[in-house]
Ligand binder design. Structure first.
Ligand code: FEO
Length: 596
């Protein structure tokens, strides 16, 4: 493998290995990479597995072309790379060993010597000149052991990345990089996402043209592809849109449920459905798929008052690798004391940002009509966005979409010539900035609409998140025609003579109506800004914030009917009249939902 005239590959392929690190099947073998930089000084990067000593030393001798090495750079002490340090040191007695302090302690453990008389200890920011080439050392703890040091050669912009960016598979195997790199990553460093992310951040300051890892191919083009995958993996992000189903099945009934679900998911437009039998398929492959997709379904049986052993092992693999940021759905099977769903949920519940699907499938021995319906409901839930994204399956008249428009909440103040008035609205929008034009829509039923039509001025008070529910009750749930909404409230006025709120706002603006548009139920006032003041830095109250944090939970206990989503008013009855208007907040039937 050609890297450059000065940087040579001297690694080996291992096709004899059965299990890498004693646990990972590697059908296409492994590569143990090693490199030499030949300059005024000669530096060797890492050794190889103990079974390939002679082959590696032959490769090294050939690359040296009669020179002798000055340095052995030890990036990582795991024996697949360090096994030949002592053999190298004996063969080249004048070479100096370069490694981190932790690596030298490990050498003492492995070889009975820490090379005290012939070593250079390096840490973050140290460098070593070879002549034209300069080695810059960067510590990379826990990627994959604590002693790891990566080296950046700044002349040719080459990063010697230790285990990072490595993969399973010998270099003569023709296979996809990402598949075996992902299985390798999540198997070996999946637990250390935070540490990988911090190394990536450090490396982002370097201009890298070539990555020389300790396993897998040298990467010298399209590096952003590999860096992007490492960024997703280390942050436990979603790499591929789709759903992963991992199951165990003793007599085939759980498998039948999985097959039925997989079929339904495909029918509903899920872009990729991947299914694994945990008892028969490669566990490491299942682990990488769980981290690849954003949604996973776990299906298993209750077993010895717990869950089936392969599922327990699988979930333990996930949790020990910080499984997070995923939607998890559960299918359980149990004939007399089912509890698999409960056990799986408990095992995963400590994960960060794990959302469990609302629907769980409960099988009692074999599928029946009830559990088939549960599979349908789960498929619908998991495919919500896929169904909506597809032109042929989407509900194209789902007006709930309008509820997702983001709104702030405001008190619009006005004066009818005798009394100040205030009204809660969420329909304030800046239309243009040159000149500043602000639109305010107000329901014609409100007294404020009537006043502003006549006076042509208003103040818009931007409520902050400090506003309590009483503010909404005061300005929103009653009419200024009947009550004085400013009774007992400290008087503060802007230059147009109107009130602004002394509390609970972060700013207000005085508006002058330039144009009025009749919108049927509402009037739209298009206004210029005559005054604008910022009162505080507290965040603006949004409609969502109000719903989640300010509005009291409606008292629906024991009641049947419909509840107003704006103010919590409960209409008791079997049917809500289409033209119903909330007596408290004046919102229409569309803002009501059935009491649950
Ligand atoms: Fe390739 Fe962590 O050794």
């Amino acid at each position: 493998m050609f890297i450059s005239d000065s940087i040579k590959y001297i690694g080996v392929n291992d096709h004899k290995i059965d299990l890498f690190e004693g646990q990972y099947v590697v059908p296409n073998g492994m590569a143990y990479n090693s490199y030499v930089i030949v300059d005024d000084k000669v530096a060797v990067f890492d050794t190889v597995d103990r079974n390939y000593s002679h082959e590696w030393l032959d490769n090294l001798k050939k690359a040296l072309g009669g020179r002798t090495p000055d340095y052995l750079i030890v990036s990582h002490m795991e024996p697949d790379h360090s096994a030949n340090i002592a053999a190298f040191a004996n063969l080249y007695p004048h070479a100096v060993i370069v490694a981190s302090a932790k690596a030298f302690s490990m050498m003492q453990n492995f070889f009975g010597t820490d090379f005290a008389d012939r070593r250079i200890t390096v840490g973050e920011g140290d460098s070593l000149s070879l002549g034209k080439h300069v080695l810059n050392f960067h510590t990379a703890p826990m990627v994959h052991w604590p002693e790891v040091v990566m080296t950046y050669e700044s002349t040719e912009k080459v990063l010697f990345s230790a285990d990072a960016f490595g993969k399973f598979g010998a270099l003569d195997a023709d296979e996809d990089w990402a598949c075996e790199a992902r299985r390798y990553y999540f198997g070996i460093v999946g637990k250390y996402g935070a540490q990988v992310a911090s190394v990536l951040k450090k490396l982002s300051a370097l201009e890298v043209a070539v990555i020389c890892p300790l396993h897998g191919p040298v990467l010298n083009e399209n590096l952003s592809y590999y860096l992007n995958l490492y960024s997703i993996w280390s942050s436990y992000g979603v790499e591929t849109e789709g759903i992963f189903i991992a199951y165990t099945s003793v007599y085939g009934n759980t498998k039948k449920a999985v097959d039925a679900l997989a079929e339904k998911l495909k029918e509903k437009g899920c872009p990729k459905v991947s299914v694994t039998d945990l008892a028969r398929d490669d566990m490491a492959e299942a682990v990488e798929d769980a981290f690849r997709y954003g949604k996973i379904v776990l299906a298993t049986t209750t077993y010895n008052a717990d869950i089936f052993p392969f599922m327990r092992t699988f979930i333990e693999h996930l949790t020990e690798r910080n499984f997070s940021n995923r939607t998890v759905a559960l299918i359980e099977n149990g004939s007399w004391a089912p509890q698999a769903a409960k056990v799986m949920k408990e095992m995963l519940s400590s994960g960060k940002n794990i959302k469990f699907a609302d629907n769980t499938v409960h099988i009692r021995s074999a599928l029946n009509e009830e559990s088939r319906n549960q599979i349908d409901a789960l498929a619908d839930e998991l495919c919500t966005e896929y169904i909506a994204q597809r032109g042929d399956s989407a509900n194209k008249n789902d007006l709930k979409a309008l509820f997702n428009i983001g709104y702030g909440l405001y008190v619009v103040t006005s004066n009818d010539g005798e009394r100040d008035n205030g009204l809660i609205v969420n329909t304030v929008t800046q239309l243009t900035s040159s000149p500043n034009r602000v639109a305010v829509a107000i329901n014609k039923d409100n007294y404020s609409h009537h006043i502003i039509r006549q006076t042509g001025i208003m103040n818009v008070n931007c409520l902050s998140t400090e506003a309590p529910f009483s503010v909404f009750q005061n300005y929103g749930f009653r009419s200024g025609r009947n009550v004085d909404k400013f009774e007992g409230i400290a008087e503060m006025r802007s230059d147009n003579g109107l009130r602004f709120l002394p509390q609970y706002i972060n700013s207000f603006m005085s508006l002058k109506v330039e144009q009025y548009i009749d919108m049927g139920t509402h009037g739209l006032f298009v206004c210029s800004v005559t005054e604008a003041r910022v009162i505080s830095k507290v965040e603006t109250m949004t409609y969502t914030y109000y719903q989640n944090n300010v509005k009291p939970k409606p008292e629906t206990e024991g009641k049947k009917g419909f509840v107003c989503k704006v103010c919590g008013y409960v209409y008791e009855g079997d049917e809500l009249p289409e033209d119903f208007v909330c007596p408290l907040c004046k919102h229409g039937a569309a803002d009501f939902e059935p009491v649950k």
